[in-house]
Design a binder for this molecule. Structure first.
Ligand SMILES: NC(=O)c1ccc[n+]([C@@H]2O[C@H](COP(=O)([O-])OP(=O)(O)OC[C@H]3O[C@@H](n4cnc5c(N)ncnc54)[C@H](O)[C@@H]3O)[C@@H](O)[C@H]2O)c1
Length: 432
């Protein structure tokens, strides 16, 4: 099949690479000329395990192409995926759909025969209806069908998630589109993956409701972790004990600094704004958002307490600054709040992240990137394990930290308390 993917970011590039690997001809389009030129040179704009190999292999085979020419890409394709960003608006937190609508207008201009237009971007209920209206102004309804096909991939696991998802959701009642999309997803469905056909609005809501539920699960276990700290209970035992109940399940029951990333914060806020528009109260999701904001502040309070309120001139090292491992995505990472605040209080920050130096910290005078764990930690007073990258999981801190009185704050509980105590390391974790 001939596909056009508009928006070559985390979702668009992974989708394009995977669909081409499944035998389709794919043109990935982006307005960012530099990104497209780099991709043609084999330079991948994001850190995502396995993506570079997949992109290079399929580009070489000729099935995967990159372009900034929307007209050409739309003309060549029978299925168009919209994969542009849908961030929150600054003040209201409703989803900013300007990129989606802009692209829809361009699509309307260039449709030359029947096309299936799919929102893979996360969009609020009724967005499909609005795109349909935009395109109807230019083209007769017989030329297109608007479908919602939300994407559930996780950064860091994106290729596996795309190829072996828990489910594929297709939201449309257009029979022709269902038939074509069943064909498109057939290689994935054949692996035993469930294909769920729903109305377009249901599919739109499934994505938000799923993300909000997962965010709630994280906030829930974080609050239980707070209670564990006060009662001398180990959250690890509690998580296992809860998770073994099959009605609950063990995933997303690990305590940490609070959820971040490009999806949960924006999608929880955005579903609240949709609910408000439809005069519905989503009090549980409201609490989840509040709980996560509180958690973020709590982490700063804990650091302050660990350092006995003396932050000025303290050398603080961050191991990992991304919101989770195996991605370079910094969107809504807690480090973006913690590092500026600690810097403002006079701390000297060193950070190491396997995905490299971050633009976001360049403006701070006393925030330094080290390209080795050892040099980042060498003179540290406090080492904060912020992201659970594998390379942080088995470190012999005593060997390379020169400051004898260093402290570790393990926000991800990757080390054992007992091991740290037996090594005489002043160690703090969460919920235990
Ligand atoms: N990142 C994730 O883990 C993830 C997972 C599931 C769903 N989603 C959803 O997928 C959507 C995309 O997310 P992302 O993380 O891939 O975003 P992203 O910011 O990484 O990528 C968006 C891309 O769209 C391009 N773009 C914007 N306007 C354009 C236009 N007019 N023409 C052509 N290209 C344009 C941008 O240049 C950028 O490369 C969002 O709605 C997000 O909520 C993201």
């Amino acid at each position: 099949m001939n596909l056009c993917i508009i928006g070559t970011g985390y979702v668009g590039l992974v989708s394009g690479a995977c669909f081409s690997d499944l035998g389709n001809n794919v043109i990935c389009v982006d307005k960012d000329e530099k990104k497209i030129n780099n991709l043609k040179e084999g330079i991948i704009p994001i850190y995502e395990p396995g993506l570079e190999e997949l992109v290079k292999k399929n580009y070489k085979s000729g099935r995967l192409n990159f372009s900034t020419d929307m007209k050409y890409a739309i003309n060549k394709s029978n299925i168009i995926f919209i994969c542009v960003g849908t961030p929150n608006k600054k003040r209201t937190y409703e989803a900013d759909l300007s990129q989606v609508y802009k692209v829809s207008k361009v699509i309307a201009q260039y449709i030359n025969k029947f096309k299936i237009i799919i929102t893979k971007s996360t969009v609020p209920i009724t967005t499909g209806d609005k795109i349909e209206n935009i395109i109807k102004r230019k083209r007769s309804k017989k030329f297109f069908s608007i479908v919602s096909n939300p994407e559930f991939l996780r950064e860091g696991e994106a290729i596996r998630d795309f190829m072996y998802p828990d489910r594929v959701v297709i939201g449309t009642n257009n029979k022709k589109s269902i038939k074509i999309l069943k064909n498109l997803y057939d290689p994935i469905v054949k692996r035993g993956i469930k294909l769920l056909i729903t109305s377009r609005r249901s599919a739109e809501l499934i994505k938000y409701a799923s993300n909000a539920f997962l965010a709630t699960k994280i906030s829930y276990i974080n609050e239980i972790a707070n209670l564990c700290e006060k009662t001398n209970v180990n959250i690890e035992d509690v998580s296992i004990g809860i998770g073994l109940d099959q009605r609950i399940g063990s995933r997303f029951l690990r305590p940490g600094p609070g959820y971040g990333g490009s999806c949960f914060p924006k999608d929880t806020r955005s579903i609240l704004s949709t609910a408000k528009k439809f005069k519905t109260k989503l009090s549980i999701i409201e609490s989840t958002v509040k709980s996560n904001d509180y958690r973020n502040n709590l982490m700063l309070a804990r650091i302050t307490k660990i350092l006995k309120n003396r932050i000025k001139n303290k050398r603080i090292t961050f191991l990992g600054v991304t919101f989770k491992p195996n991605t370079d995505d910094m969107r809504e990472s807690l480090s973006l709040k913690l590092i500026p605040k600690l810097h403002k209080s006079g701390a000297i920050i060193n950070y190491y992240d396997p995905s490299g130096k971050k633009e976001e910290f360049k403006k701070f005078k006393n925030v330094f990137f080290s390209n080795k764990i050892t040099s980042a930690c060498a003179k540290s007073d406090l080492i904060i394990i912020h992201t659970e990258w594998n390379e942080f999981k088995n470190l012999n801190f005593k060997k390379f930290v020169k400051n004898k009185k260093f402290i570790i704050f393990d926000m991800r509980n990757i080390y054992s308390h007992n091991k740290m105590m037996s090594n005489n390391i002043n160690y703090f974790a969460v919920g235990r």
